[in-house]
Design a binder for this molecule. Structure first.
Ligand code: NAD
Length: 494
């Protein structure tokens, strides 16, 4: 039965929101972790706190299911039909799912209703369609043999998720992994497990076998590490910090050399050239790149690299544009900026705020903590000018609403500054010159480059990072399917 967002928020007040293990077996651990909302730092319920034994059980179930073929041997069109039924259920429950992400992650409800959940459903719809439209190949062997090149599901897949887009990141991993016929074990972020739990329950209602899609809740160092180190997990698809991403490579090398795909952090540049048209749309795009989702966004355009001739006008327009970005309770429909996800993260962002000042950056707008609001973890969108390439704010991923402005004189200098980072997830730049557009797009080392706007692409286009932003594959597009399959050659001798 679908419920309204008000009912979800009421359940939060009653402290009854719950996300537990969805493992098709008995004898699971029973420990729980209290779950607080960042909106006002009050208890809203509990999540299960999984152990490595829970992971062992889930992997055994997933392996048996994969070998039995109850999911992978279904006709692709049948897997498609089940996923499409799941999408219908998601649509019916979209208000509930949006409210769960809102209360769990402190994301503005309007964003959850209009962006996160529709994009989640779109992802499942899109991958459902791929089930019976991806073909293998026949090799040009000549008449001596028939060489078939086929893609097979990889087996038992662990999907380890971050907290910033809980439902959407679930979709980015689960939809392609499942449609290819794998047995999937989801490990949501401990801070945001609620929507993953409901999405998985809806999957069962739609007909996905409980053994083919399971979920183990709990802490990263317990559940995430157990998946990473497990000898019978065939691959882990991870989205999260670069720091934890590195651990997964270590886990794999110390266990069974499982495949690892990493989607990690970023410090993305936005470049404004001297010929850029800075109209309202461009200003909105620049602000969205910088501050959307409280800047808790891997592709956040946190470095604004601007030609000196444009700087003054740009700064005054950004200041004007920011007035529309209301900082407030995520429950209110006109709120654009909610709280930071948790106290520790809030303190980290405050530290970056102080460091930027200490290192000599010039505060242009914002910089205040809104202690009057809910949890007190609300930070105004903040812009610093005169940020040089050696400053911390230019180099490190803040994951909070601090935008660094750096000016340049020549195109070469702009490209050098844009690439002066360990990351390479996304970039955007503004110019009217088509030759420059192509030149710069080719020179920037990032997985997604947008021209005259901010974008992460859409479900049809691959998303992932160069350098320390990613490893081993891409999310989205048909490219994502490669993560979840292995290539086999079948050689038939004539
Ligand atoms: P995180 O690395 O702290 O956690 C991600 C996941 O890893 C969580 O499920 C967590 O429980 C688990 N984990 C934590 N410690 C672990 C350990 N020791 N062993 C195994 N698993 C462990 O990341 P986060 O704070 O949830 O998310 C923010 C980060 O995610 C940012 O760096 C952001 O840029 C990145 N991100 C990247 C993308 C992308 O597509 N590239 C998308 C969203 C977020």
């Amino acid at each position: 039965m679908s419920i309204t967002k008000e009912q979800v928020f009421e359940q939060g007040k009653q402290q009854t929101l719950w996300a537990g293990h969805l493992i098709a077996a008995d004898n699971l651990s029973t420990a729980t972790i209290d779950n607080y909302t960042p909106i006002n730092n009050t208890l809203i319920g509990q999540i299960a706190s999984g152990t490595s034994e829970d992971v062992d059980i889930a992997v055994r179930v997933a392996r048996d299911s994969f070998e039995n073929g109850e999911w992978r041997h279904l006709a692709p069109a049948e897997r498609k039909a089940i996923m499409q039924r799941w999408c219908v259920l998601m649509l019916e429950h979209s208000e509930e799912l949006a409210a769960l992400d809102c209360i769990d992650a402190g994301k503005p409800i309007t964003e959850c209703l209009n962006t996160d959940i529709p994009a989640t459903i779109e992802t499942f719809e899109w991958y459902a369609e791929t089930a019976d439209k991806v073909f293998g190949k026949v090799a040009p062997t000549g008449s001596a043999a028939l060489g078939l090149i086929v893609q097979e599901p990889i087996g038992v897949v662990g999907a380890v998720l971050p907290w910033n887009f809980p439902a959407q990141m679930y979709a980015w991993k689960v939809a392609p992994a499942l449609i290819m016929g794998n047995s999937v074990i989801v490990k949501p972020a401990e801070l945001t497990s609620l929507s993953a739990y409901r999405l998985t329950e809806l999957a069962y209602e739609a007909g996905v076998p409980k053994e083919a899609l399971q979920m183990v809740c709990g802490l990263g160092e317990n559940v995430g590490a157990a998946l990473g180190r497990h000898m019978d997990v065939d691959m882990v698809s991870f989205t999260g910090s670069t720091e934890v991403g590195r651990l997964f490579l270590q886990y794999a090398s110390e266990s069974n050399l499982k495949e690892i795909v990493l989607e990690c952090g970023g410090k993305s540049p936005q470049v404004v050239f001297d010929d850029a048209i800075l109209d309202e749309a461009a200003i909105n795009n620049i602000l969205t790149a910088a501050f959307w989702n409280m800047s808790e966004n891997c592709s956040c355009g946190s470095r604004l690299i601007v030609h000196s001739s444009q700087k003054e006008s740009l700064l005054s327009q950004l200041k004007k544009g920011l007035k529309a970005w209301k900082v407030g309770s995520p429950y209110e429909s006109d709120t654009a900026i909610g709280p930071m996800i948790e106290k520790t993260h809030f303190e980290k962002v405050c530290h970056y705020l102080k460091t930027a000042k200490d290192e000599g950056a010039t505060l242009i707008v914002g910089g205040s903590i809104r202690e009057d609001l809910g949890s007190g973890w609300y930070i105004e969108p903040t812009i610093f000018d005169n940020v040089s390439a050696d400053m911390t704010l230019f180099k490190e991923e803040v994951f909070g609403p601090l935008l660094a402005i750096t000016s340049f004189e020549t195109e070469d200098e702009a490209i050098k500054l844009a690439n002066e980072t360990n990351y390479g997830l996304a970039a955007s730049f503004y110019t009217q010159n088509i030759k420059r557009a192509y030149r710069v797009a080719s020179s920037i080392k990032a997985g997604t480059v947008s021209i005259n706007g901010f974008s992460e692409g859409d479900i049809t286009t691959p998303f992932g990072g160069y350098k320390q932003s990613g490893f081993g594959g891409r999310d989205n597009g048909l490219e994502a399917l490669a993560q979840y399959t292995q290539t086999k050659t079948i050689w038939v001798v004539n």
